[in-house]
Design a protein around this ligand. Structure first.
Ligand SMILES: Nc1ncnc2c1ncn2[C@@H]1O[C@H](COP(=O)(O)OP(=O)(O)OP(=O)(O)O)[C@@H](O)[C@H]1O
Length: 489
């Protein structure tokens, strides 16, 4: 649909683009990225015939751009510019109707039924039909943007050029505009070429992205390839982190702000932050910790500052346990969204904890363990599936900067150490009378300060893994033994 080869040029005495080449296929949603001043708008101006170029070729539908008359070009391409104002005062409908110019014939063209139908349709699509009689100048920035999009769509173009289309739009309209572009690309094979500053929106919606740097193409590929952490850091000269979108397989980039609380660099989570009562074991960290957990609240990954392991009776009914736990936390002064909350039927005086030092990092482990619900995982299908309160709850606080994979390693390593502790104590599954590997609802928390030493791995023979293995094994053995003693008294 669009073929650009060796395109160079810019402004008087100011070369901007340097041999830019790329193609865009029919029905593609193609994103142009690049830092301020990299030449994105200059490129779009050349592609839409507004700015002359010095060298290279631009072909639209196989024909050189230079061979199109203004009217012919307007039948194929439409442009939604970054900044626009109107020379005269028009109503919204009149503004949108201007988009029909390219399709009108003769000197004294008349307004056809088709013109009217198209204008009504695009005003509905862009959500501006409700204020069709308003003066354009009376509208907010976002409303104007949508009216100008309607005008561009009224042109019924085959290629739509957008310069930062989501500028001025609120969240819902950003999504609305890009969903509409995607739909039109898929259903009507509209080719959409858009400049984005928001890498995340570009990554979410575009089929392909082209990254410009100092007037040259740095890369042109699918979003996951273009949005590589190191590359974006280099080109934009800023610190970002790449993570997958939580709901769809698309990349997302997160800005990492400079930390201004360096006095907390030395925060070490240890026993001083732990409180044990009959009702709960709680830890209040002085800073939010990066967490991965299977708690009743605060599960999955997140950032949490408070940690609660609450005692419940053996007869606790687990129906609606999340809601009940949320109410409990709130009534005890905890904000549920900021708290990792677990439950246990174990008497909490039987808690076991240890602080262990590595070379440049340390860990603090807290375990409560009862084995009344012990299960042999290899024979779990012989058990009923009625949920009961978890009986081995393991908290691992890491004073270090833990990579995502090391969070997962930590869970594997801790589980292996726990299984060994159960074997060592000869704990059996009461249903199958075979060696137990855990209990039916064990929970785990890994919480890291994300300061200091970078810890990339936590497999059993890594420095972090060795500490976790030792600590979880010792604490689990001690917690089970203590609980047995408490139960006997
Ligand atoms: N009309 C102009 N006359 C002279 N130089 C210009 C003109 N417009 C832009 N430039 C220069 O051309 C270079 C590229 O500008 P352009 O607007 O294409 O960048 P951009 O990537 O779209 O930037 P931004 O992200 O800030 O919108 C910049 O150095 C800019 O100063």
């Amino acid at each position: 649909m669009l073929e650009v080869t060796g395109l160079s040029g810019g402004y008087y005495n100011h070369p901007v683009l340097d041999s830019v080449s790329f193609t865009v296929n029919k029905g593609e949603l193609f994103g142009i990225l690049g830092p301020n001043g990299s030449g994105k708008t200059t490129l779009l101006s050349m592609l839409s015939g507004v700015l002359a170029y010095k060298a290279g070729t631009i072909k639209i539908k196989g024909t050189s751009l230079k061979e199109y008359s203004a009217k012919q070009l307007a039948q194929v391409i439409a442009v939604l510019p970054q900044h626009s104002s109107l020379a005269f005062s028009y109503t919204v409908k009149e503004t949108v109707s201007l988009g029909r110019y390219a399709h009108q014939k003769g000197l004294f063209h008349s307004w056809s039924d088709e013109d009217e139908a198209v204008v009504q349709k695009v005003m509905e699509q862009t959500g501006v039909a409700g204020f069709s009689d308003y003066q354009f100048e009376q509208l907010s920035g976002g409303e104007r943007q949508r009216v100008l999009l309607a005008q561009a769509l009224a042109q019924e173009p085959e290629i739509l050029f957008l310069d930062e289309p989501t500028n001025h739009l609120d969240l819902a309209y950003q999504k609305g505009l890009l969903d509409l572009m995607k739909k039109m690309a898929m259903e009507y094979e509209l080719t959409v070429i858009a400049i984005f500053h928001d890498l995340n929106l570009a990554g979410l919606y575009c089929d392909r992205l082209m990254l410009l740097e100092k007037g040259q193409v740095r890369v042109n590929d699918i979003p996951n390839e273009v949005l590589k952490q190191e590359r974006i850091q280099q080109v934009y000269r800023t610190e970002i982190e790449k993570h997958p979108h939580p709901a769809i397989p698309r990349p997302q980039m997160f800005i990492v702000p400079n930390q201004h609380d360096s006095e907390k660099d030395s925060v070490v989570i240890n026993e001083q932050f732990l409180t044990v009562s009959d009702e709960m074991v709680q830890l209040h960290a002085p800073i939010p910790l990066r967490t991965m957990s299977s708690g009743v609240t605060g599960s999955g990954t997140g950032w949490h500052q408070k940690f609660v392991n609450r005692h419940v009776s053996h007869t606790y009914s687990c129906e609606n346990h999340v809601e009940e736990m949320t109410d409990y936390l709130r009534s005890h002064g905890f904000e549920p969204s900021e708290t990792v909350g677990m439950m246990t039927a174990v008497f909490l005086e039987a808690v076991s904890y240890r602080f262990l030092h590595g070379e440049n990092f340390s860990i603090f482990i807290v375990v409560t363990a009862g084995v009344g619900n012990a299960v042999d995982a290899s024979l779990a299908d012989q058990h009923s599936d009625a949920p009961r309160p978890g009986t081995i709850n393991t908290w691992i606080f890491i004073n270090g900067h833990v990579a995502e994979e090391a969070f997962i390693h930590s869970i594997v390593t801790a589980t292996e150490a726990k299984v060994k502790a159960l074997h060592e104590l000869g704990v059996k599954d009461p249903v199958t009378n075979t060696w137990a590997t855990g209990t039916s609802t064990d929970s785990i928390l890994i919480a890291a300060t994300q300061r200091g030493e970078g810890l990339h791995y936590a497999g059993t023979i890594t420095p972090l893994g060795k500490l976790i293995s030792r600590g979880v094994y010792d604490c689990t053995v001690e917690a089970i033994e203590k609980n047995e003693r408490v139960k006997r008294t």
